[in-house]
Design a protein around this ligand. Structure first.
Ligand code: PRX
Length: 651
């Protein structure tokens, strides 16, 4: 019975994906435009010598001083790229466009939740970045310092990130959906000196009090010296006159010139926290040199960027997608990037299509969750709009189910345009498995590893599994935009990514390759959930739950969800003296919201006497060497539960 239920639940994600064999060949128009045409030769060449391939990619950017050595491994599993090279990503994103026709081009088109629009040319953006960089310097920020940023999707978030990078400070952007508690944890771990935020944010017409949240977050955060606040509402008053600085006052009177700091290729650019298998998030470190090379090459090749493109990535700058492909890569490419603060269905379900039509967006990059949610409103909302400016679509963040893929393809672009399903991670910095525009597509597959990337599906001993068989997705060679470590925690870096399957970078995802060598991502193999494309650790949610006085123990699992891809369900054992009730369910959900933020709140809370545990050895044995690991603390971890279900289904 249970097995049947699992089979039903997983039919979409497992069976359909495996049987999807319709081929979508590129159209003549796509081929005519494609930057890379002779794909097979390019893949073959890159495979022969990946380092040479990446060196060629690095030459497309400007360096203050060329590298002496393309690649080295000074310590086992710690990799350096473009060793001895001097650069700064901001030089490539802004400085080098000055004095060229690009300086007059629109760099950012911003649309607020209310529909207010603002445009900044490259020249205006550079001047705003210089002023902010000088402002940060005046507050004592120096090369290597960490600056936390907690803001909605507004031009100021981009300006602040670029200003930090310009002067060699590391930005640590925290997604503005996290709670004060989660923000504080990240500030403390990075020992950020400054927090940049705004007084309010807006979403779906709602007013979000960012300032109060940040005020609570920095209370007791010893490292914070100042809070820089963008004033969006006249009525806001400073809460702490000594600590708080208005953004507009900070930049007022600052010079429009600020020399870009010359960085070593391996100097850190930012830290970005992401969820892992423990209750503590990991600060993923990226550096100037390799990161800029990785995102620049992949953006040009996969998104097939042309100088007049208006590109919109609907992610949030608080995640890696926003860092790499809303801000840095589009600016390095000198094209127009759209930033949108609002929600895709506010005030009406066609808001997103309106933004595309109004701005003549030519490349649109979004997440399957969003596609699924818009699909539900019906085709008429799409059909009302002239979307003929589009010439390429992208998808990221979670497996795109074939049904959503086909809707995106058929209804949004009348079957004419390619969809680039890009598989990558916070840790990888840039796209890893993705098609090129000339690639023949299959709905639901991210196709093949990009040139310069060697990926495989292996068993727990690192042996390649047969085509069609599931296993662990690993990367077999280092690549320039890879993480350089976990902030303040080299052991965690080694343990998470390099020790489980020795010799290979462990992605944490399960996948299989079909007969044509196409990769199909099946979800995570560890205790990390992807709720609406947001990466949340089950251990983080469990830890939030047990911080409530009523909860003795908790276990969180992921469940398939028709729109969000996955939702979280909590099992909770209550302490003596507490009785299950709806009120307590609400209180526990509130606790998660308080500790982590709304994105982590579980859809369900079930009170149990025993947690769904498996005996470590029984659990491992149930896989009969199919690559499983025992569950953390003996619980059936969320992903492993899925894996177990899939294994039963396939077995
Ligand atoms: O499970 C994979 C899923 O998202 C995880 C990475 O999450 P994060 O670091 O937050 O970065 C998301 C944006 C790059 C991966 O381990 N994932 C990402 N892209 C895809 C995907 N799963 C399937 N298909 C994708 N295209």
């Amino acid at each position: 019975m249970l097995k049947k239920l699992f089979q039903r639940k997983n039919r979409e994600t497992t069976v359909v994906l495996m049987n999807e064999s319709k081929l979508y060949k590129p159209s003549a128009a796509t081929l005519k435009n494609a930057t890379v045409l002779n794909t097979e030769a390019v893949y073959k060449d890159a495979l022969k010598n990946p380092v040479k391939y990446w060196e060629e990619a690095a030459r497309e950017l400007e360096w203050y001083l060329p590298w002496k050595k393309a690649f080295s491994e000074p310590k086992k599993h710690f990799f350096n790229w473009f060793v001895g090279g001097k650069c700064n990503i901001v030089h490539n994103a802004l400085d080098r466009h000055m004095g060229t026709p690009t300086e007059k081009k629109t760099a950012i088109i911003w649309e607020s939740d209310h529909g207010k629009r603002r445009k900044l040319t490259y020249k205006e953006l550079k001047s705003a970045v210089c002023k902010m960089a000088n402002g940060l310097k005046s507050l004592g920020i120096k090369k290597g310092d960490r600056v936390a940023i907690y803001m909605q999707n507004t031009p100021e978030i981009a300006i602040s990130m670029l200003a930090c990078a310009k002067i060699g400070a590391m930005h640590s952007v925290v997604y503005a959906g996290f709670s004060a508690h989660a923000l504080r944890d990240r500030i403390d771990d990075a020992k950020a000196k400054i927090l940049i935020t705004s007084d309010v944010g807006y979403r779906s017409g709602k007013h979000i009090d960012m300032y109060s949240l940040c005020n609570e977050a920095v209370k007791g955060a010893k490292s914070i010296k100042h809070m820089v606040v963008v004033k969006r509402e006249e009525s806001t008053r400073k809460k702490n006159a000594k600590r708080d600085v208005w953004y507009h006052e900070l930049v007022e009177g600052q010079s429009e010139i600020c020399k870009t700091t010359v960085m070593d290729s391996e100097d850190p650019l930012f830290v970005l926290y992401t969820s892992g298998t423990t209750s503590k998030p990991k600060g993923i470190i990226h550096v100037h040199g390799g990161y800029m090379v990785g995102i620049n090459r992949t953006f040009h090749w996969v998104m097939d960027v042309k100088p007049n493109d208006v590109y919109w990535c609907s992610a949030d700058p608080g995640w890696i997608t926003g860092h790499s492909y809303i801000i840095y890569a589009p600016l390095m490419a000198g094209i127009t990037t759209v930033m949108f603060e609002g929600a895709p269905n506010y005030p009406k379900p066609d808001r997103l299509w309106k933004v595309i039509e109004k701005n003549k967006v030519s490349i649109f990059y979004t997440a399957p969750t969003l596609i699924r949610s818009l699909m539900r409103f019906g085709d008429e909302w799409v059909e009302k709009h002239d979307l003929s400016s589009l010439r390429l679509l992208g998808s990221v963040g979670e497996p795109i189910n074939p049904e959503a893929w086909r809707w995106y393809h058929k209804v949004v672009v009348k079957g004419k345009l390619p969809i680039m399903d890009t598989w990558w991670q916070t840790e990888t910095g840039s796209f890893m498995i993705a098609p090129l525009p000339a690639t023949t597509l299959k709905a639901g597959s991210a196709t093949r590893p990009l040139p310069g990337i060697i990926a495989d599906v292996v068993d727990k001993r690192g042996k390649s599994v047969r085509r069609g068989e599931g296993g662990y997705l690993v990367i077999k060679n280092p690549w320039p935009s890879m993480l350089r470590g976990v902030f303040n925690n080299p052991e965690r870096y080694l343990k998470t990514y390099w020790k489980e399957i020795p010799g290979y970078y462990l992605t944490g995802d399960l996948a299989h390759k079909d007969k044509d060598g196409y990769f199909w991502i099946q979800g995570r193999s560890d205790d990390v959930l992807s709720i609406a494309g947001h990466r949340i650790g089950t251990a983080e949610i469990e830890s939030a739950l047990v911080s409530h006085p009523a909860a003795a123990e908790a276990a969180v699992i992921g469940k398939p969800h028709p729109v969000k891809g996955e939702s979280a369900k909590a099992f909770v054992i209550l302490k003596q003296g507490y009785e299950p009730s709806e009120k307590l369910v609400d209180a526990l959900k509130k606790q998660i919201r308080k500790e982590l933020g709304p994105i982590a709140v579980t859809d369900e809370v079930e009170f149990v006497d025993k947690l769904p545990k498996t005996q470590r050895k029984d659990y491992a044995a149930s896989f009969k060497g199919k690559g499983a690991r025992p569950g953390r603390r003996g619980y059936v971890g969320a992903r492993r539960l899925n894996h177990l279900q899939n294994t039963q289904l396939n077995g």
